[in-house]
Design a protein around this ligand. Structure first.
Ligand code: LLP
Length: 412
């Protein structure tokens, strides 16, 4: 969906430079078609197996993106009351919402109960007790899954690996049966599922499939013990290509492997993909402000910074950076840096890239997931607008913040 035509970079049928000129930079631009294609790849691969693809809202929670997915029939994986609010605002169906997270507050649980969400993915017995008491107070029943920690190594960046015993997430799979047993005592809870999520940006699916096998086996033992386990939730985590050497698993192939392991056993399959749906569908467009050469290095100073896209600074992650207009000039090697007063404010280090001049536009690729959602107002920078492209048309789904937005809620 992002490709060059006559040396100009396009998103679907729109030249990105046209958007950048009209909407200003920096700005996030998303391809609606690519988001829908990725969602459909999940949905279609699961085919006639009862399933629910619950898009993981944390990857990109802008209401315009959620509305696109809600209209396509997506469910949602949320981790806060704020994400539930966004899903409802976007027209999402609360009965297709699962609530994950290790630290749900009483207020958030009450909100979710009042909206009658599908299920809670619970991470501790203390949390089960709280949901039970809040459900009792309202006179309702709540469905839950235990998020089990299958103790498999996801082999990804340590900050986004979650499935090992030493991590804060989930309940040790070896203790899960005992916890489900004890949970029978909670009179307002129904054990309806088992869930897991072992990590993110997984380029190798063997660890997830190992976790799937462990979860299926556990669910069958739970059923034999009389628990009404109806759904299995395998979380998210499928990786995407941040650079050409990355070979991410193909969505359909991966889901086929899950399908084979679950088919014919009478479970509804749920998945919680985030990055693999929106990541490749978004770019951050920025303008070159200055070229600066020191005795040691070449710097390309751009108008986007770590407050707009923190992934390079936080995880040292690579994002390709390409010009909106190709040039014939020989490439340069340099650091792409923003205006924020931190040495960590970089988008690329020692990168071979286009020989750009001040005023030229660049696209930071694969920025649709964990991009805008992790942005901040650091250095009192206004957060950028977000734009959704649909074929030949584009529209602003979030406006650029203004100076008044920066001080909203503050008093002298
Ligand atoms: N389900 C649960 C319970 C999760 O914790 C996550 C992500 C997902 C689903 C979605 O995973 P995905 O399909 O997007 O990999 N900020 C980091 C990523 C943090 C992921 C946190 N959990 C980054 O920029 O790489």
């Amino acid at each position: 969906m992002f490709s060059y035509l006559d040396h100009s970079l396009y998103c679907e049928d729109v030249a990105l430079a046209d958007i950048a000129q009209r909407a200003g930079t920096p700005c996030y631009i998303y391809s609606s078609q690519m988001i829908l294609d990725n969602f459909q790849a999940y949905d279609e691969a699961l085919g006639d197996l009862p399933h629910n693809v619950c898009y993981s809202v944390k990857a990109n929670s802008t209401v315009g993106i959620l509305a696109l997915l809600a209209q396509a029939g997506s469910g949602f994986d949320i981790v806060s009351g704020g994400e539930l609010f966004r899903v409802l605002k976007a027209g999402g169906d609360p009965d297709q919402v699962v609530f994950s997270g290790v630290g749900k507050t009483a207020e958030e649980i009450e909100y979710a109960l009042s909206e009658e969400i599908h299920s809670f993915n619970c991470e501790s017995e203390a949390e089960l007790a709280l949901i039970d008491s809040l459900a009792a107070r309202r006179g309702v029943r709540a469905s839950f899954s235990l998020r089990v920690n299958p103790d498999v190594d996801a082999k990804t960046h340590p900050y986004i690996s979650t499935g090992l015993r030493e991590h804060k997430f989930g309940i040790d799979i070896h203790e899960a049966e005992t916890v489900y047993e004890r949970a029978r005592a909670f009179r307002n809870l129904d054990a309806r599922g088992v869930s897991c999520h072992i990590g993110s940006q997984l380029l190798n699916t063997s660890p997830i499939l190992l976790a799937v096998d462990k979860v299926v086996a556990l669910a069958q033992r739970l059923r034999s013990a009389g628990h009404g386990i109806a759904h299995l939730d395998f979380g998210g985590g499928l990786g995407v290509a941040y650079q050409s050497a990355d070979q991410p698993p193909e969505i359909r192939g991966f889901l086929d492997c899950i399908r084979k392991r679950v088919e014919g056993r009478g479970f509804t399959v749920m998945v919680e993909p985030g990055r693999s749906i929106v990541g490749p569908a978004g770019v951050l467009v920025t303008r070159v402000l200055y070229r600066k050469r020191t005795a040691h290095k070449e710097f390309v100073v751009v108008d986007a910074a770590m407050n707009d896209l923190i992934r390079p600074a936080l995880y040292r992650s690579h994002h390709d950076i390409i010009p909106l207009r190709k040039t014939d000039r020989p490439p340069i090697t340099g650091d792409v840096v923003g205006p924020v007063c931190e040495t960590g404010d970089f988008l690329a280090h020692g990168r071979e890239m286009a020989n750009v001049a001040p005023g030229d536009f660049l696209a930071v690729m694969t920025a649709g997931a964990y991009g805008f959602v992790l942005s901040s107002n650091y250095n009192s920078r206004r957060r950028p607008p977000e734009i959704l492209v649909e074929g030949k048309k584009w529209r602003i789904i979030r406006t650029r913040e203004n100076y008044e937005d920066l001080v909203r809620g503050e008093t002298v």
